[in-house]
Design a protein around this ligand. Structure first.
Ligand SMILES: *Cc1c(COP(=O)(O)O)cnc(C)c1O
Length: 462
């Protein structure tokens, strides 16, 4: 076989990619006719493609490269660990130093009595674990009929059968017969799109109370858990109104429903604290973590359990685990990532310095004629595109048509900003500097200008 090298012309790489590589969340035929952009290397917040073009990655990969690209310390740790102990499992009453150290460190960082860590390889796997875990928990407590997990429409919890079922993405449910039984979805706290004439606070309360209604409809004795992201990420960076989370917490407490907080994006500094639960004052029984846990340098994820949940599960053999649960190389890389986040005070910098700087500039995008609202917490932000700022109207074109055009203008101007329907979202590496934030905002503004001009020309500004 021919070596695939950096010297190969882009068109040849694209042709090979199209011939043999099946991409996730992609229309393969469309991509084949267009050719994938080939990313060669990365440093800090910048990607470099096969033509040598530098691109500002305002998405930190898939919301995960919190410490930025190119940190050699993580490579060194991985190499050292591979030489020492590249692999061993943790199934049969064995353990190893990287998994011990990482578990203890996570127990120290996680809020409250979240002190016990079950590892997986991805956020999806961790949420599969959570689903089986909460059902096992209630069975152990003599209530095996408590099986229903309540989630939210437009939530993202991963792409396995359980992850996609827990998630509330209609496009994902439409393929493969999902959701699986005993997963129920209530409406999302998306005031901008669904709040109508209500105030955000009234609306937040109403949407939280849908949880109570659902619990009463199923019966308290049937509901195992509620799962939610502190801030919906893949759903479009939807920040719930202030009234929402206190009411959710009240309801979970009142009915003894386990609260699973999916921190896969919000964890590890994204919202200006170590966890989104701290920013929003939520008390989870179980937390899902992945992505920023290793800044994407190695695939690793986990469920962090409260003392009580761990004690109940500890009473039985939990017949569940992955070959790569607590993989030593991934665990060592994650530990080094946490060391960097901590020692370089990256979370504090997001909270007190670069975060507020980005927030001010991001919120000012709401003055652009195409933007209906600009939301941001820490370093996850979104803007809603609209033809009418006053009414928060959707475009007449299919949802996502205008967002996609805007994303293409971003791409052409060397900025990675994602679209979710007609919302544009960012989640840059947490190490982004003020100068780089200025560049991000300049390019985003230019893309908005170009999108506005284009849709006016095409008669779509309506
Ligand atoms: C990305 C994501 C997941 C899934 O993680 P994978 O590692 O892709 O399986 C789960 N929950 C949330 C909130 C996510 O953003």
């Amino acid at each position: 076989m021919e070596m695939i090298t950096n010297q190969m012309p882009t068109a040849e790489l694209q042709a090979l990619d199209a011939a043999h590589h099946v991409h996730p969340f992609t229309n393969q035929d469309e991509l084949t006719s267009k050719g994938a952009r080939v990313i060669m290397r990365a440093k800090g917040v910048s990607l470099f493609d096969s033509e040598g073009v530098e691109i500002l990655d305002a998405m930190a990969g898939l919301w995960c490269v919190n410490i930025g690209y190119g940190r050699g310390e993580l490579a060194d740790v991985a190499a050292r660990q591979m030489r020492e102990l590249p692999y061993y499992n943790t199934f049969f009453q064995t353990t190893h130093v990287p998994v011990i150290a990482l578990s203890a460190k996570l127990a120290e960082l996680a809020p409250g009595d979240l002190n016990h860590v079950f590892f997986g390889g991805s956020g999806s796997e961790a949420n599969d674990t959570n689903l089986r875990l909460v059902r096992t928990y209630w069975a152990e407590k003599g209530k095996p009929e408590k099986k229903v997990v309540i989630s939210r429409k437009n939530a993202y919890h991963g792409s396995t059968m359980a992850g996609a079922s827990l998630g509330g993405m209609s496009g994902m449910h439409a393929q493969g017969g999902l959701p699986i039984p005993d997963v129920h979805h209530i409406d999302e706290p998306n005031w901008y799109a669904e709040g109508g004439d209500m105030s955000p606070d009234e609306f937040g309360l109403q949407r939280a109370q849908e949880l109570e209604k659902a619990i009463l409809e199923f019966g308290e004795d049937r509901v195992a858990a509620f799962i939610a992201e502190p801030i919906q990420g893949a759903g479009g960076v939807i920040v719930a109104p202030d009234t929402y989370w206190p009411e959710i917490q009240r309801i979970c407490d009142k009915y003894e429903i386990l609260l699973i907080v999916d921190e896969v994006i919000c964890g590890f500094g994204r919202t200006g604290n170590w966890f989104g639960s701290q920013t929003l004052n939520i008390r989870p029984d179980i937390m899902t973590i992945a992505k920023g846990l290793s800044s994407g340098y190695a695939p690793i994820a986990a469920s962090i359990l409260s003392d009580e949940v761990a004690a109940v599960i500890g009473g039985t053999e939990f017949n569940h685990g992955y070959t790569y649960s607590g993989h030593p190389v991934a665990a060592a890389v994650a530990l080094e990532n946490l060391r960097i986040l901590e020692e370089e005070k990256i979370v504090e910098t997001v909270r007190e310095d670069t975060g507020p700087y980005l927030q001010k500039k991001w919120k000012a995008l709401a003055d652009h004629p195409l933007v209906g609202e600009a939301k941001i917490v820490g370093m996850m932000g979104s803007i809603a595109l609209t033809p009418n700022k006053e009414t928060r109207a959707a475009f007449k074109a299919d949802v996502g048509t205008i967002g996609f055009k805007c994303r293409e203008h971003c791409f052409a101007n060397n900025l990675i900003m994602r679209h979710v329907g007609d919302r544009m979202v960012i989640s840059p590496p947490l190490v982004i500097t003020k100068d780089e934030i200025d560049t991000l905002i300049e390019r985003a503004t230019k893309a908005l200008d170009l999108t506005l001009q284009q849709i006016k020309d095409e008669g779509l500004y309506a």
